[in-house]
Ligand binder design. Structure first.
Ligand code: AMP
Ligand code: MG
Length: 393
């Protein structure tokens, strides 16, 4: 049996980041930078007021005469001389000569006669030109995945187009005679397929583009016909058909399309069987059929593969530490991933395993907010002990 770490190294071997493409900023949310962004504009572009009030000269006294107005988008054209001031609004350019803003709450205005309640020291309530960033400055490096805040920043940097990593196209093939697409008639004793749509959602969430190939029957012809849909994709993910016995059908069908490599037993629970290899140039990842196993294996293997293809680091899942809410029996011979509920307490994050740990219990999977990661043969743990957790979503 391979350890999880050995299996992660195996599925990542030979994978490298995809090429890049030019994308409009409006389409860039959630995408990954392929080079660092260089600001085309200084921010702010000029010294501007941070408040509504009067632009003044710090060296002047408290009694001033208003000579004009500066509003956002409408700068004052003249110069503020001794004893003078200009009405100013938030975001408006500081007029020449002025170097501070007296906020309106501290000013008495009587026509153009302005009396400050307190002196405004030099620079008060002024946003300096370039205080945020300067044109030419490099921000958000290669491999950075764009948040909504980053989109705002890139807009401020005046970058309508970006060089982004191409989104990995991931073909997803569910297998099983017992399966039906949700909404379709269910074979007797069968069930609706959960994995295809769940994996597609994970792929989207992790920055890829899912191509759902539907459900193949457990026979050679059906598997071959459906698997051909993966041509042109960057990765093929299958679910099911990797338990002993069933595996040969999937392997034989893919082998007829050029698949090489094989089947591994991973020292993990759930999710022991895993298929990995290549079909021509295309990496293939075969996940177990049980939805919980499929999900956990996707977290541990598919997500790192997508991160490698996108050039995002860290590739491997990052574990946190949490306090155990309820005790745990000693661990078995494989690394375990327990579905758990998360609570934020005064003492930090607390996790408690959910009662249903069967790998077909998708309701418990959906209720979970974390996976408790227990190395093989861990001794029993008591409430309050520290455990490693993988936070979900
Ligand atoms: P298999 O690996 O094909 O032997 O499947 C193991 C278990 O997972 C069986 O109980 C299957 O019915 C179930 N299973 C396989 N594929 C799916 C799927 N797409 N959605 C839900 N359950 C599945
Ligand atoms: Mg099956």
């Amino acid at each position: 049996m391979l350890s999880v770490e050995e299996a992660q190294a195996l599925v990542l071997s030979g994978l490298s980041p995809l090429g890049c493409e030019t994308v409009p900023l409006s389409q860039a949310f959630g995408r990954v930078m392929a080079s660092s962004a260089i600001a085309r504009t200084t921010h702010p572009t000029a010294d501007v007021s941070a408040m509504d009030g009067w632009a003044v000269r710090a060296e002047d006294g408290l009694a001033l005469t208003q000579i004009g107005e500066s509003a956002a988008g409408h700068p004052f054209a003249g110069t503020v001389g001794q004893g003078q001031c200009v009405r100013i609004y938030t975001g408006a350019v500081m007029p020449k000569g002025a170097d501070a803003v007296a906020i309106q709450e501290e000013v008495v205005a009587n026509g153009s006669a302005i009396t400050l309640g307190v002196p405004a020291p030099k620079g008060r309530h002024v946003r300096r030109q370039g205080q945020d960033f300067a044109a030419g400055q490099s921000l958000l490096g290669d491999g950075h995945r764009l948040t909504a805040r980053d989109i705002g920043l890139l807009a401020a940097m005046n970058l309508p187009w970006l060089q982004l990593r191409r989104r990995p196209r991931v073909a997803i093939l569910s297998t099983g005679d017992e399966l039906a697409m949700p909404g379709e008639p269910i074979p007797e004793g069968g069930l609706p397929s959960s994995n295809g749509l769940m994996l597609a959602a994970l792929v989207q969430n992790w920055g890829g583009e899912a191509v759902d190939l539907g459900i193949a029957q457990d026979d050679f012809d059906s598997l071959v016909a459906k698997a051909k849909g993966a041509y042109g994709c960057d990765l093929l993910v299958t679910s099911g058909g990797v338990s002993v016995g069933a595996y040969d059908k999937v392997k034989d069908a893919l082998a007829s399309l050029g698949f090489t490599a094989g089947f591994h037993k991973i020292a993990m629970k759930p999710g022991k069987p895993l298929m990995s290899g290549r079909m021509g140039d295309m990496p293939v990842l075969g996940l177990p059929g049980n939805p919980v196993s499929s999900f956990v294996a996707a977290q541990l293997f598919l997500k790192p593969m997508l991160r490698r293809l996108l050039g995002v680091s860290p590739e491997l899942p990052v574990l946190e530490t949490a306090l155990l809410g309820t005790g745990l029996e000693a661990g078995g011979p494989r690394q375990e991933y327990l579905r758990a509920r998360l609570e934020r307490t005064g003492a930090g994050l607390a996790v408690s395993p959910l009662p249903g740990q069967d790998s077909a219990m998708i309701s418990e999977l959906a209720a979970a907010q974390a996976l408790i990661v227990r190395p093989a043969k861990t001794p029993a743990a008591r409430p309050g002990d520290h455990v490693s957790v993988l936070l979900l979503d």
